[in-house]
Design a protein around this ligand. Structure first.
Ligand code: MG
Length: 392
């Protein structure tokens, strides 16, 4: 076979992008691959991870068995990736790094979406808490067991920087260089900033779509939100007699296009104004350069506020939240009191954690196990070990 050569992975990228040539590298140094760049390798490792496969059975708002048409964390991650990559290419940013961060950004999420995360955080209150962004980093740094030479996936610094979107000060102090920006107030690279915003654009818009589909939101309420109302009127005017399904899709599509175009134009202006020489100049900025205009930011936040009130606190969603809380708490108490009933790998982690850090070490292993569960796995464990009668 003819050996394939790696084209320059930084070719065509802006100087302020995350260039492979400027990368802060991997914790465990590795030899280069003959024909894949370093950020491509990161993306490939993420796609082949067990945590990535589990995203298909994890949800954000609707529980997986409620219907096959709703978003899961996997389809959400793909939608974030689609939005962020489009913008990345336009701005000369590193598309492969963007994709890697997008696909990994939700790996640390618990079963049952936000409800599961809040419950697990509460269970962990006396043991250092539970933060899903930090957990995503923990998955790629420690929990994935795939390589002989190192724990985790040994991803590049820039990928890990992007995955760690938020972090408490306490935890940031323990992360060394990677956590410093949460203490000193710096920014991550442009690719990380972009994924952060694309995440919010994706979930705002798909939650509107799923909310309408589930019958929890209607056009009348939504038209009070300016960003929706404007696009809805435009679509109806252009296509009188359009069916409900297509009207929803056309409106959501127009909203995404409107908001992403604003993001692109505003960011381009910011980059021209500040002209950061390289990624370190980006990191030293007082504010993110990837941003909406003030006007669109307000509209984006209005939609977010609307969803918070009308969808995430809808009685049907809250009903699910209550049952998710029961499942997470029930499983946590069970495994914490008797770690030996967890699979061998986690039981061993619990014993090891306890020998180093007492109850907090044991609790962390339990949280790792529960956080890794899919919705249906958690529910079946609860049915088997705690209460077979819980209807979900
Ligand atoms: Mg997300």
């Amino acid at each position: 076979m003819v050996p394939v050569q790696l084209p320059d992975p930084d070719k065509g990228l802006a100087s302020c992008a995350a260039l492979q040539a400027n990368s802060r590298g991997r914790v465990y140094p590795e030899s280069p691959h003959p024909y894949r760049g370093e950020f491509q390798r990161d993306r490939d490792r993420i796609i082949h991870s067990a945590a990535f496969r589990r995203l298909v059975y994890k949800t954000q708002v609707f529980v997986n068995h409620e219907g096959d048409l709703y978003r899961t964390r996997l389809t959400h991650s793909l939608e974030v990736s689609q939005i962020a990559r489009t913008v990345a290419v336009q701005l000369g940013l590193n598309e492969q790094l963007v994709e890697a961060i997008c696909l990994a950004h939700d790996l640390g999420h618990t079963p049952f979406g936000h409800a599961g995360q809040d419950s697990l955080n509460d269970c962990m209150r006396d043991y250092g808490g539970f933060e899903h962004n930090l957990q995503s980093l923990r998955v790629v740094d420690k929990l994935e067991e795939k390589y002989a030479a190192f724990p985790g996936l040994n991803l590049c610094y820039e990928t890990r920087e992007g995955i760690l979107k938020h972090c408490s000060r306490h935890n940031a102090l323990e992360l060394g260089e990677l956590g410093r920006r949460f203490i000193d107030g710096g920014q991550p690279g442009l690719e990380a900033q972009l994924v952060n915003i694309a995440d919010a654009v994706a979930y705002n818009n798909h939650d509107v779509d799923d909310g309408i589909r589930a019958g929890l939101l209607n056009f009348e309420q939504l038209c009070e939100v300016p960003v929706f109302g404007a696009q809805y009127s435009r679509v109806r005017a252009a296509h009188p007699g359009i069916g409900r399904r297509a009207l929803t899709h056309e409106t959501v599509r127009a909203m995404i296009n409107f908001i992403v175009t604003d993001l692109l134009v505003t960011t381009r202006t910011n980059l021209a104004e500040h002209s950061p020489a390289d990624i370190n100049a980006v990191r030293a900025q007082p504010r993110p350069l990837v941003a909406f205009s003030d006007e669109v930011f307000v509209q984006h936040m209005e939609l977010k506020g609307f969803l918070n009130k009308q969808l995430y606190r809808h009685p049907r969603v809250l009903d699910m939240t209550g049952r998710a809380d029961l499942v997470i708490r029930g499983l946590f108490a069970l495994y914490f009191n008797d770690p030996a009933i967890m699979p061998e790998e986690f039981a061993a982690r619990a014993a090891e954690g306890e020998s180093h850090a007492g109850d907090a070490g044991r609790a962390r292993a339990v949280a790792d196990y529960i956080a890794g569960m899919t919705d249906r796995y958690a529910l079946s464990a609860y049915h088997r070990l705690v209460d077979a009668t819980l209807v979900f």
